[in-house]
Write a protein that binds this ligand. Structure first.
Ligand code: UT7
Length: 346
Protein backbone atom coordinates (compact mmCIF):
# COMPACT_ATOMS: atom_id res chain seq x y z
CA UNK A 1 0.00 0.00 0.00
CA UNK A 2 1.24 3.52 -0.75
CA UNK A 3 1.17 4.55 2.88
CA UNK A 4 3.00 7.78 2.20
CA UNK A 5 0.13 9.06 0.08
CA UNK A 6 -2.51 8.75 2.81
CA UNK A 7 -3.17 12.18 4.18
CA UNK A 8 -1.00 14.03 1.71
CA UNK A 9 -3.80 16.58 1.38
CA UNK A 10 -3.37 19.95 3.07
CA UNK A 11 -4.02 19.29 6.77
CA UNK A 12 -4.29 22.95 7.59
CA UNK A 13 -7.22 23.50 5.20
CA UNK A 14 -9.25 20.88 7.05
CA UNK A 15 -9.51 23.07 10.15
CA UNK A 16 -12.82 24.79 10.93
CA UNK A 17 -13.17 27.16 13.92
CA UNK A 18 -15.59 26.17 16.66
CA UNK A 19 -18.49 28.43 15.78
CA UNK A 20 -19.67 29.77 19.14
CA UNK A 21 -21.08 26.62 20.69
CA UNK A 22 -20.38 24.38 23.63
CA UNK A 23 -21.10 20.89 24.90
CA UNK A 24 -23.75 21.21 27.62
CA UNK A 25 -24.51 17.56 28.30
CA UNK A 26 -23.05 14.08 27.80
CA UNK A 27 -24.44 10.57 28.09
CA UNK A 28 -23.75 6.98 27.18
CA UNK A 29 -25.46 3.62 27.13
CA UNK A 30 -24.07 0.14 26.48
CA UNK A 31 -25.60 -3.35 26.53
CA UNK A 32 -25.53 -5.30 29.77
CA UNK A 33 -24.22 -8.33 27.87
CA UNK A 34 -20.44 -8.81 27.87
CA UNK A 35 -18.20 -10.79 25.54
CA UNK A 36 -14.95 -11.67 27.28
CA UNK A 37 -11.68 -12.90 25.84
CA UNK A 38 -12.47 -16.26 27.45
CA UNK A 39 -15.75 -16.36 25.47
CA UNK A 40 -13.79 -15.65 22.28
CA UNK A 41 -11.39 -18.49 23.02
CA UNK A 42 -14.44 -20.77 22.66
CA UNK A 43 -15.38 -19.28 19.28
CA UNK A 44 -12.08 -18.93 17.38
CA UNK A 45 -8.45 -19.98 17.69
CA UNK A 46 -7.22 -17.14 19.88
CA UNK A 47 -6.07 -16.51 23.43
CA UNK A 48 -6.57 -13.94 26.14
CA UNK A 49 -2.79 -13.36 26.06
CA UNK A 50 -2.75 -12.56 22.32
CA UNK A 51 -5.77 -10.24 22.51
CA UNK A 52 -4.50 -8.34 25.55
CA UNK A 53 -0.93 -8.04 24.22
CA UNK A 54 -1.94 -6.92 20.70
CA UNK A 55 -4.99 -4.80 21.48
CA UNK A 56 -5.36 -4.15 25.22
CA UNK A 57 -8.96 -5.43 25.08
CA UNK A 58 -10.32 -7.72 27.84
CA UNK A 59 -14.10 -7.54 27.29
CA UNK A 60 -16.69 -5.70 25.18
CA UNK A 61 -20.37 -4.87 25.63
CA UNK A 62 -22.46 -7.06 23.30
CA UNK A 63 -26.06 -6.51 22.30
CA UNK A 64 -28.69 -9.25 22.08
CA UNK A 65 -31.18 -9.93 19.28
CA UNK A 66 -33.77 -7.51 20.63
CA UNK A 67 -31.31 -4.61 21.10
CA UNK A 68 -30.50 -2.36 18.14
CA UNK A 69 -28.22 0.60 17.52
CA UNK A 70 -31.14 2.94 18.23
CA UNK A 71 -31.77 1.21 21.60
CA UNK A 72 -28.47 2.58 22.92
CA UNK A 73 -28.59 5.81 20.92
CA UNK A 74 -31.92 6.75 22.51
CA UNK A 75 -30.69 6.00 26.04
CA UNK A 76 -27.43 7.91 25.53
CA UNK A 77 -29.32 10.83 23.99
CA UNK A 78 -31.77 10.95 26.89
CA UNK A 79 -28.93 11.00 29.42
CA UNK A 80 -27.18 13.86 27.58
CA UNK A 81 -30.41 15.88 27.40
CA UNK A 82 -31.06 15.33 31.12
CA UNK A 83 -27.59 16.60 31.97
CA UNK A 84 -28.12 19.66 29.77
CA UNK A 85 -31.48 20.31 31.46
CA UNK A 86 -33.33 20.12 28.14
CA UNK A 87 -36.55 18.45 27.02
CA UNK A 88 -36.53 16.45 23.76
CA UNK A 89 -38.77 19.09 22.16
CA UNK A 90 -36.03 21.69 22.74
CA UNK A 91 -33.72 19.97 20.24
CA UNK A 92 -33.76 21.16 16.64
CA UNK A 93 -31.19 18.78 15.14
CA UNK A 94 -30.33 15.12 15.75
CA UNK A 95 -27.27 13.70 14.02
CA UNK A 96 -26.39 10.05 14.51
CA UNK A 97 -22.94 8.84 13.44
CA UNK A 98 -23.02 5.12 12.75
CA UNK A 99 -21.87 2.38 10.38
CA UNK A 100 -24.34 -0.06 11.91
CA UNK A 101 -27.71 1.67 11.47
CA UNK A 102 -30.88 -0.17 12.50
CA UNK A 103 -31.67 -0.33 8.76
CA UNK A 104 -30.08 1.21 5.65
CA UNK A 105 -33.08 3.51 5.72
CA UNK A 106 -34.80 5.23 7.39
CA UNK A 107 -31.95 6.75 9.33
CA UNK A 108 -31.24 5.67 12.90
CA UNK A 109 -31.48 9.37 13.83
CA UNK A 110 -35.17 9.22 12.87
CA UNK A 111 -35.69 6.23 15.19
CA UNK A 112 -33.96 8.25 17.91
CA UNK A 113 -36.20 11.25 17.23
CA UNK A 114 -39.28 9.06 17.59
CA UNK A 115 -37.91 7.26 20.64
CA UNK A 116 -37.17 10.51 22.45
CA UNK A 117 -40.23 12.40 21.21
CA UNK A 118 -38.01 15.16 19.78
CA UNK A 119 -40.78 16.49 17.55
CA UNK A 120 -39.02 19.68 16.48
CA UNK A 121 -35.76 18.14 15.31
CA UNK A 122 -34.48 17.41 11.82
CA UNK A 123 -32.72 14.07 11.96
CA UNK A 124 -30.17 12.31 9.78
CA UNK A 125 -27.23 9.90 9.98
CA UNK A 126 -23.64 10.34 8.92
CA UNK A 127 -21.30 7.55 7.96
CA UNK A 128 -17.66 8.44 8.52
CA UNK A 129 -16.55 5.15 10.07
CA UNK A 130 -14.87 5.42 13.44
CA UNK A 131 -14.35 9.15 12.78
CA UNK A 132 -18.11 9.72 12.79
CA UNK A 133 -18.24 11.55 16.11
CA UNK A 134 -15.58 14.15 15.25
CA UNK A 135 -17.16 14.55 11.81
CA UNK A 136 -20.45 15.06 13.59
CA UNK A 137 -18.99 17.77 15.81
CA UNK A 138 -18.02 19.71 12.70
CA UNK A 139 -21.44 19.13 11.13
CA UNK A 140 -23.49 20.25 14.13
CA UNK A 141 -21.21 23.18 14.94
CA UNK A 142 -21.52 24.41 11.36
CA UNK A 143 -25.32 24.11 11.58
CA UNK A 144 -25.18 26.22 14.71
CA UNK A 145 -22.71 28.76 13.24
CA UNK A 146 -24.90 29.09 10.15
CA UNK A 147 -28.09 29.59 12.17
CA UNK A 148 -29.62 26.25 11.11
CA UNK A 149 -29.83 24.95 14.68
CA UNK A 150 -29.46 26.21 18.24
CA UNK A 151 -29.53 22.94 20.16
CA UNK A 152 -28.21 19.78 18.57
CA UNK A 153 -28.03 16.22 19.82
CA UNK A 154 -25.02 14.39 18.39
CA UNK A 155 -24.82 10.65 18.95
CA UNK A 156 -22.22 8.05 18.02
CA UNK A 157 -23.89 4.63 18.16
CA UNK A 158 -22.94 1.16 16.99
CA UNK A 159 -23.78 -2.53 17.27
CA UNK A 160 -20.66 -3.82 15.54
CA UNK A 161 -20.93 -7.32 17.01
CA UNK A 162 -23.88 -7.78 14.63
CA UNK A 163 -21.64 -7.40 11.55
CA UNK A 164 -18.42 -9.06 12.68
CA UNK A 165 -17.36 -12.27 10.98
CA UNK A 166 -17.18 -14.84 13.76
CA UNK A 167 -14.96 -16.94 11.49
CA UNK A 168 -12.30 -14.19 11.24
CA UNK A 169 -10.18 -14.11 14.37
CA UNK A 170 -8.27 -11.04 13.19
CA UNK A 171 -11.38 -8.84 13.45
CA UNK A 172 -13.99 -10.56 15.66
CA UNK A 173 -11.95 -9.96 18.81
CA UNK A 174 -11.88 -6.19 18.34
CA UNK A 175 -15.38 -4.74 18.32
CA UNK A 176 -18.03 -3.81 20.91
CA UNK A 177 -21.49 -2.20 21.05
CA UNK A 178 -22.89 0.97 22.60
CA UNK A 179 -23.59 4.66 22.18
CA UNK A 180 -22.38 8.01 23.44
CA UNK A 181 -24.08 11.37 23.01
CA UNK A 182 -23.51 15.07 23.49
CA UNK A 183 -25.77 18.10 23.44
CA UNK A 184 -24.15 20.95 21.53
CA UNK A 185 -25.71 24.37 22.09
CA UNK A 186 -25.18 27.82 20.63
CA UNK A 187 -23.34 29.84 23.27
CA UNK A 188 -22.01 33.31 23.75
CA UNK A 189 -18.40 32.17 23.96
CA UNK A 190 -15.22 33.60 22.47
CA UNK A 191 -12.91 31.83 20.02
CA UNK A 192 -10.88 30.33 22.89
CA UNK A 193 -13.86 28.84 24.71
CA UNK A 194 -16.40 26.07 24.08
CA UNK A 195 -15.78 24.13 20.88
CA UNK A 196 -12.42 25.50 19.72
CA UNK A 197 -12.29 23.85 16.33
CA UNK A 198 -12.53 20.67 14.30
CA UNK A 199 -10.53 19.18 11.45
CA UNK A 200 -11.83 16.37 9.24
CA UNK A 201 -10.12 14.46 6.44
CA UNK A 202 -10.88 11.65 3.97
CA UNK A 203 -8.96 9.50 1.50
CA UNK A 204 -11.22 7.25 -0.55
CA UNK A 205 -8.22 5.74 -2.35
CA UNK A 206 -7.86 3.51 0.72
CA UNK A 207 -11.51 2.47 0.97
CA UNK A 208 -10.67 -1.22 0.86
CA UNK A 209 -8.64 -1.18 4.07
CA UNK A 210 -11.82 -1.32 6.19
CA UNK A 211 -15.08 -2.24 4.50
CA UNK A 212 -18.29 -4.25 4.60
CA UNK A 213 -18.48 -5.28 0.94
CA UNK A 214 -22.06 -6.61 0.66
CA UNK A 215 -25.48 -5.24 1.50
CA UNK A 216 -25.39 -2.06 -0.60
CA UNK A 217 -25.82 -1.51 -4.34
CA UNK A 218 -22.50 -3.07 -5.40
CA UNK A 219 -23.27 -6.46 -3.92
CA UNK A 220 -26.97 -6.35 -3.05
CA UNK A 221 -28.46 -8.61 -0.38
CA UNK A 222 -30.05 -10.79 -3.11
CA UNK A 223 -26.63 -11.83 -4.51
CA UNK A 224 -26.26 -15.62 -4.18
CA UNK A 225 -23.55 -16.96 -1.90
CA UNK A 226 -22.60 -13.71 -0.17
CA UNK A 227 -22.81 -15.14 3.34
CA UNK A 228 -20.73 -18.20 2.34
CA UNK A 229 -18.19 -15.78 0.83
CA UNK A 230 -18.23 -13.78 4.11
CA UNK A 231 -19.13 -10.51 2.36
CA UNK A 232 -21.78 -8.87 4.60
CA UNK A 233 -19.24 -8.60 7.40
CA UNK A 234 -16.42 -6.30 8.53
CA UNK A 235 -13.22 -6.80 6.52
CA UNK A 236 -10.09 -5.06 7.70
CA UNK A 237 -6.41 -5.11 6.75
CA UNK A 238 -5.49 -4.38 10.32
CA UNK A 239 -1.75 -4.15 10.09
CA UNK A 240 -1.85 -1.57 7.27
CA UNK A 241 -4.53 0.39 9.09
CA UNK A 242 -2.42 0.39 12.25
CA UNK A 243 0.51 2.23 10.66
CA UNK A 244 -1.60 4.85 8.94
CA UNK A 245 -3.70 5.37 12.06
CA UNK A 246 -0.77 6.34 14.28
CA UNK A 247 0.59 8.90 11.81
CA UNK A 248 -2.69 10.54 10.83
CA UNK A 249 -4.04 10.69 14.40
CA UNK A 250 -0.90 12.52 15.48
CA UNK A 251 -0.97 14.87 12.47
CA UNK A 252 -4.62 15.84 12.80
CA UNK A 253 -4.17 16.39 16.55
CA UNK A 254 -1.26 18.72 15.83
CA UNK A 255 -3.45 20.66 13.40
CA UNK A 256 -5.92 21.36 16.21
CA UNK A 257 -3.18 22.37 18.64
CA UNK A 258 -1.49 24.67 16.11
CA UNK A 259 -4.64 26.34 14.83
CA UNK A 260 -6.08 26.80 18.33
CA UNK A 261 -2.79 28.19 19.62
CA UNK A 262 -2.44 25.44 22.23
CA UNK A 263 0.65 23.67 23.53
CA UNK A 264 0.76 20.00 24.57
CA UNK A 265 0.97 21.12 28.20
CA UNK A 266 -2.43 22.79 27.98
CA UNK A 267 -4.21 19.56 27.02
CA UNK A 268 -5.88 18.14 30.14
CA UNK A 269 -7.32 15.12 28.32
CA UNK A 270 -6.56 13.54 25.01
CA UNK A 271 -9.47 11.25 24.08
CA UNK A 272 -8.38 9.12 21.13
CA UNK A 273 -10.67 6.73 19.29
CA UNK A 274 -10.41 3.48 21.23
CA UNK A 275 -9.30 1.03 18.54
CA UNK A 276 -6.21 -0.49 20.06
CA UNK A 277 -4.20 0.26 23.19
CA UNK A 278 -0.94 0.15 21.23
CA UNK A 279 -2.16 2.75 18.71
CA UNK A 280 -3.29 4.99 21.58
CA UNK A 281 0.05 4.69 23.34
CA UNK A 282 2.01 5.43 20.16
CA UNK A 283 -0.09 8.51 19.38
CA UNK A 284 0.29 9.84 22.93
CA UNK A 285 4.06 9.43 22.66
CA UNK A 286 4.23 11.20 19.30
CA UNK A 287 2.31 14.11 20.77
CA UNK A 288 4.51 14.16 23.86
CA UNK A 289 1.53 13.65 26.20
CA UNK A 290 2.05 11.92 29.55
CA UNK A 291 0.12 8.63 29.81
CA UNK A 292 -2.09 9.96 32.61
CA UNK A 293 -3.51 12.60 30.27
CA UNK A 294 -4.46 10.10 27.53
CA UNK A 295 -7.81 8.43 28.34
CA UNK A 296 -8.00 4.71 27.70
CA UNK A 297 -11.04 2.47 28.24
CA UNK A 298 -10.49 0.04 25.35
CA UNK A 299 -9.90 -2.81 27.82
CA UNK A 300 -13.61 -2.67 28.87
CA UNK A 301 -15.31 -1.64 25.62
CA UNK A 302 -13.23 -2.82 22.67
CA UNK A 303 -13.59 -0.73 19.53
CA UNK A 304 -17.08 0.81 19.42
CA UNK A 305 -16.31 2.87 16.30
CA UNK A 306 -18.25 6.16 16.22
CA UNK A 307 -19.38 5.60 19.82
CA UNK A 308 -15.93 5.31 21.37
CA UNK A 309 -15.07 8.99 21.89
CA UNK A 310 -18.47 10.11 23.28
CA UNK A 311 -18.58 7.08 25.61
CA UNK A 312 -15.12 8.00 26.92
CA UNK A 313 -16.05 11.68 27.22
CA UNK A 314 -19.15 10.84 29.26
CA UNK A 315 -17.19 8.48 31.52
CA UNK A 316 -14.70 11.23 32.30
CA UNK A 317 -17.40 13.83 32.74
CA UNK A 318 -19.57 11.76 35.08
CA UNK A 319 -16.51 10.78 37.10
CA UNK A 320 -15.92 14.49 37.74
CA UNK A 321 -12.57 14.38 35.98
CA UNK A 322 -13.20 17.34 33.67
CA UNK A 323 -13.00 20.78 35.25
CA UNK A 324 -14.19 24.11 33.94
CA UNK A 325 -11.57 25.50 31.55
CA UNK A 326 -9.96 22.09 30.86
CA UNK A 327 -8.84 21.56 27.27
CA UNK A 328 -9.88 18.27 25.67
CA UNK A 329 -8.40 16.99 22.44
CA UNK A 330 -10.24 14.23 20.57
CA UNK A 331 -8.97 12.37 17.52
CA UNK A 332 -10.32 9.46 15.48
CA UNK A 333 -9.51 7.32 12.49
CA UNK A 334 -11.53 4.81 10.52
CA UNK A 335 -13.25 3.47 7.42
CA UNK A 336 -13.24 5.67 4.36
CA UNK A 337 -10.47 6.22 5.11
CA UNK A 338 -11.48 9.07 7.34
CA UNK A 339 -9.78 10.78 10.23
CA UNK A 340 -10.30 13.93 12.21
CA UNK A 341 -9.94 15.77 15.48
CA UNK A 342 -11.61 18.32 17.70
CA UNK A 343 -10.57 20.65 20.49
CA UNK A 344 -12.87 21.78 23.30
CA UNK A 345 -12.41 24.08 26.29
CA UNK A 346 -14.86 22.85 28.95
O1 UT7 B 1 -11.33 1.50 14.27
C1 UT7 B 1 -10.95 1.49 12.91
C2 UT7 B 1 -9.51 1.48 12.80
N1 UT7 B 1 -9.02 0.16 13.07
C3 UT7 B 1 -7.87 0.01 13.68
O2 UT7 B 1 -7.29 0.98 14.08
C4 UT7 B 1 -7.28 -1.37 13.78
C5 UT7 B 1 -5.82 -1.28 13.53
N2 UT7 B 1 -5.14 -2.57 13.58
C6 UT7 B 1 -4.92 -3.26 14.71
O3 UT7 B 1 -5.40 -2.91 15.76
C7 UT7 B 1 -4.02 -4.48 14.63
O4 UT7 B 1 -3.44 -4.53 13.34
C8 UT7 B 1 -4.73 -5.81 14.93
C9 UT7 B 1 -5.05 -5.91 16.41
C10 UT7 B 1 -5.98 -5.95 14.10
C11 UT7 B 1 -3.81 -6.99 14.59
O5 UT7 B 1 -2.58 -6.87 15.31
P1 UT7 B 1 -1.18 -7.00 14.54
O6 UT7 B 1 -0.12 -6.88 15.57
O7 UT7 B 1 -1.20 -6.00 13.43
O8 UT7 B 1 -1.22 -8.46 14.02
P2 UT7 B 1 -1.12 -9.02 12.53
O9 UT7 B 1 -2.36 -8.74 11.77
O10 UT7 B 1 0.19 -8.60 11.93
O11 UT7 B 1 -1.05 -10.59 12.81
C12 UT7 B 1 0.04 -11.19 13.50
C13 UT7 B 1 -0.24 -12.67 13.71
C14 UT7 B 1 -0.68 -13.38 12.44
O12 UT7 B 1 -0.10 -14.66 12.46
P3 UT7 B 1 1.22 -14.99 11.58
O13 UT7 B 1 0.86 -14.66 10.16
O14 UT7 B 1 2.28 -14.09 12.13
O15 UT7 B 1 1.43 -16.44 11.83
C15 UT7 B 1 -2.16 -13.53 12.61
O16 UT7 B 1 -2.70 -14.65 11.93
O17 UT7 B 1 -1.31 -12.82 14.66
C16 UT7 B 1 -2.29 -13.72 14.10
N3 UT7 B 1 -3.60 -13.34 14.64
C17 UT7 B 1 -4.10 -13.85 15.77
N4 UT7 B 1 -3.62 -14.75 16.65
C18 UT7 B 1 -4.37 -15.03 17.73
C19 UT7 B 1 -4.48 -12.46 14.12
N5 UT7 B 1 -5.57 -12.37 14.93
C20 UT7 B 1 -5.35 -13.23 15.96
C21 UT7 B 1 -6.09 -13.58 17.10
N6 UT7 B 1 -5.57 -14.48 17.96
N7 UT7 B 1 -7.30 -13.04 17.37
Amino acid sequence: MGESSVGDADFDRAFVPGGACRISGTGHSVPEGRLTNADLEQRVETSDEWIVARTGIRERPMSNDSEYTSTFAIEAGRAALDMAGLQPADVDLIVCATVTPDMLFPSTACFVQEGLGAKNAAAFDINAGCSGFVYGLQVVSQFIAGGGARRALLIGAETLTKIVDWQDRSTCVLFGDGAGAVVVEAADVGADDGLLGTAIHSDGAFADLIEMPAGGSRIPPSTPGIVEDRLPFIKMRGNEVFKVAVRTLAQTSETILDRCGLTDDEVRWMIPHQANGRIIQAVGQRLGLADERVYVNVERFGNTSAASIPIALDELNRAGKIGSGDVILMAAFGAGLTWGSAGVRW
